[in-house]
Design a protein around this ligand. Structure first.
Ligand SMILES: Cc1cc2nc3c(=O)[nH]c(=O)nc-3n(C[C@H](O)[C@H](O)[C@H](O)COP(=O)(O)O)c2cc1C
Length: 171
């Protein structure tokens, strides 16, 4: 089985998840970062996974464009969709808004993998914005209350990643 993982990442979390999936999936797995100028040849793959991360409630434009440009091809594949995001209370709605409805309906599995805040990779503006956003969200989500912008934070949800792998490894 050949599998393609197409992803977009800003600070690395979605890319890290793509690499974790590559390690755990059975078959010949290729990674494609949407930053790359080349376009993957979808006809070569039996299964396709698409991942992106959420900023201000939205997935990267490159992910939306890839989905829309290839929608008919993607509907014919065994498809997995994932997002990386920190606000797990709104993960379901963010996931629903991230991908076209047709793909959400045809996907074998769709998951939120949680997220990471890689402050060491952020510029001053991003750090300040993140501090404000997490402070606001922390009022309703105590798990985010302890986030210290001096330390990188990883809140990936192993259980969700493993469930996703299990479905994609099936026929
Ligand atoms: C400026 C900023 C805005 C964010 N907005 C959201 C958001 O609206 N919802 C959410 O769940 N997570 C949000 N996040 C968290 C990211 O989705 C999370 O850090 C993710 O792991 C980033 O993945 P990446 O490094 O692959 O881009 C935001 C993070 C930053 C820095």
């Amino acid at each position: 089985m050949s599998i393609l993982i197409v992803y977009a990442t800003k600070h690395g979390a979605t890319g890290k998840c793509a690499s974790i999936l590559k390690e755990r999936l059975a078959g010949d797995v290729s990674l494609h970062d949407l930053k790359s100028a080349s376009k993957p040849d979808l006809s070569k793959y039996d299964k396709v996974i698409i991942g992106g991360s959420i900023y201000a409630g939205r997935i990267q434009k490159a992910v939306s464009e890839f989905c829309n440009e290839n929608i008919n091809f993607l509907k014919e594949k065994k498809l997995g969709l994932y997002i990386c995001c920190m606000f797990m209370d709104s993960a379901e709605i963010q996931l629903k808004n991230a991908f076209p409805e047709e793909l959400l309906n045809s996907a074998a599995v769709k998951e939120s993998f949680g997220g990471e805040m890689i402050f060491s990779d952020m510029n001053f503006f991003e750090k300040t914005l993140t501090k404000i956003v997490t402070k606001t969200i922390a009022k309703s989500n105590p798990k985010l209350a302890g986030i210290d912008p001096k330390k990188d934070v990883s809140m990936l949800v192993e259980e969700n990643i493993n469930r996703f792998v299990q479905v994609m490894n099936g026929k």
